[in-house]
Design a binder for this molecule. Sequence first.
Ligand code: HEC
Ligand code: HEC
Ligand code: HEC
Ligand code: HEC
Ligand code: HEC
Length: 376
Amino acid sequence: MKKGDEMKSLFIVLVLSTVGFATMHFEKNQKCSECHPKIYKEYKTSQHANSTVFADPIHGAVYDKHPMKNKMQKYRCAKCHTPTADNMKELLTKNNGVIPDPNNETQNEAIACAYCHRITDTLPGKVMNKNVISPDMRKYFANLKPNQESPFHAIETNVEVFKNGKLCMGCHMHKTNKKEYDVCSTENTNMDGNNNCLTCHMPQVDGAPSILSKAKKHAFHGFPGIHGDISMLAKYVKLSINHTKKNFTVSIDHQATHSSTLHPLRMAKLVVSIKRNGKVIKMDTKKLLKIIGNAKGASPKPTPPWLADRTIKDTRIPANTKKDFNYDFKLQSGDKVSAKFGYHLVKPKALKKFDLENNEEAKKFIVISNEVFVIK
Ligand code: HEC
Ligand code: HEC
Ligand code: HEC
Ligand code: HEC
Ligand code: HEC
């Protein structure tokens, strides 16, 4: 072996053996904004840019009640909520008094641009999946080959996990608690090239991906979900109506490749009313949710995620399913049936438990589909 080669292989061994142990460093989001201003602007509105206990009051409220904060003084949530924290190891260690710090810049980077674009693969894990992060600070992975190079960083395109959406699954696949119960998962997902997470949550929108590019479109980085602007997702949730002489049915055609609402805090709702001769007649509201808990007492009761060992109830609409809701009510010609389907970020019953009664965002009803059917 020549001397240079020896140095090189020594270097490689060093790099490989430090992955996972040493602190990783990431370029700042602000840096990316210099050349990718449109993408940066979209990203700033997303939950990925606001995933910390400081920027997301709902995450903050749940962490505030969590024994991990109160008994163990640790923040395991960091793995997904602040993955570029420069004190990750300390945050994950029990009883050292280290919890999230609003003055730590690297924590405020949230789910940073450079973090996602350094994911080369995701590996299955029992408690949660694992992201494989490339050690090179200035090499970014993506799918489509751009027409030009970047003056700031290297680019590797045609990366499988950026094509099939698998890069989302390091954090979104599942999270298991101490009781080995899976509290939150994105199950039954389609990982093919045509209809995966990216199709619906990162559609192509107008505008060049960088100030140096002449391309007309780029992948939307606002990551529409239940927070914020949900209109981009509306086309995947369709309402229709059918009626007989005796009763009627409202159907929700839910075309997402995962069930309606993923996080156990959520509640979906179908609100139906009928306008007849100027009067409004309200139907019973259908609530779709997943209730998790345990059976420490006589019968199963709801608990926060860290105490749950079972699913008590699950009325969510599964992936790619059309679900019918029946109303025992006789419609007549001229009736106007209003149907609204949407979500609460936090179930009304859980608001008090997490001291979120005064948080408007947590409380409000976010409507994704809204139809009025006139009966002939
Ligand atoms: C000095 C300008 C500059 C800076 C700063 C910069 N980029 Fe880029 N980036 C480019 C250019 C130019 C391209 C080539 C594609 C294009 O023209 O948009 C590119 C392409 C990319 C691609 C590949 C896109 C594809 O089409 O496959 C990714 C991913 C990317 N940048 C991420 C980042 C991230 C993350 C940061 C911040 C850490 C960053 N860039 C900072 C100029 C820059
Ligand atoms: C394995 C990755 C992972 C870990 C670890 C993790 N989360 Fe999350 N968390 C997520 C993902 C992904 C979402 C978005 C899920 C969704 O909206 O359906 C999320 C969303 C949330 C939300 C909803 C936020 C909102 O604004 O509606 C809360 C609350 C939350 N997490 C609390 C926690 C707490 C507290 C911890 C640590 C005790 C934690 N999470 C650890 C991945 C994780
Ligand atoms: C949650 C993960 C994630 C985050 C955070 C993220 N990206 Fe991306 N980015 C992707 C994926 C997935 C694609 C689309 C697949 C592809 O084209 O490679 C993409 C595409 C791109 C592209 C190519 C756009 C196109 O359509 O030509 C650029 C440039 C880029 N990202 C830059 C950034 C910048 C800058 C930030 C932060 C402001 C950022 N990304 C944050 C996952 C992410
Ligand atoms: C065919 C379109 C489609 C695909 C594919 C898709 N989603 Fe969704 N997603 C939706 C719709 C629609 C919603 C709104 C909530 C609902 O009714 O499911 C949503 C909601 C979400 C939410 C918010 C849920 C909550 O409880 O806060 C997350 C997180 C999410 N999707 C992640 C993913 C991930 C990760 C993938 C890939 C594994 C994916 N989605 C694939 C359409 C899609
Ligand atoms: C590093 C971990 C991580 C990766 C990788 C990741 N996410 Fe997320 N994602 C989260 C967390 C954590 C949240 C919740 C943040 C919060 O609300 O506090 C979230 C929130 C979301 C939401 C918003 C949910 C809502 O209720 O509004 C969507 C949509 C989403 N992610 C889609 C994706 C897609 C698509 C990908 C892949 C391109 C992806 N995520 C990759 C961790 C991740």
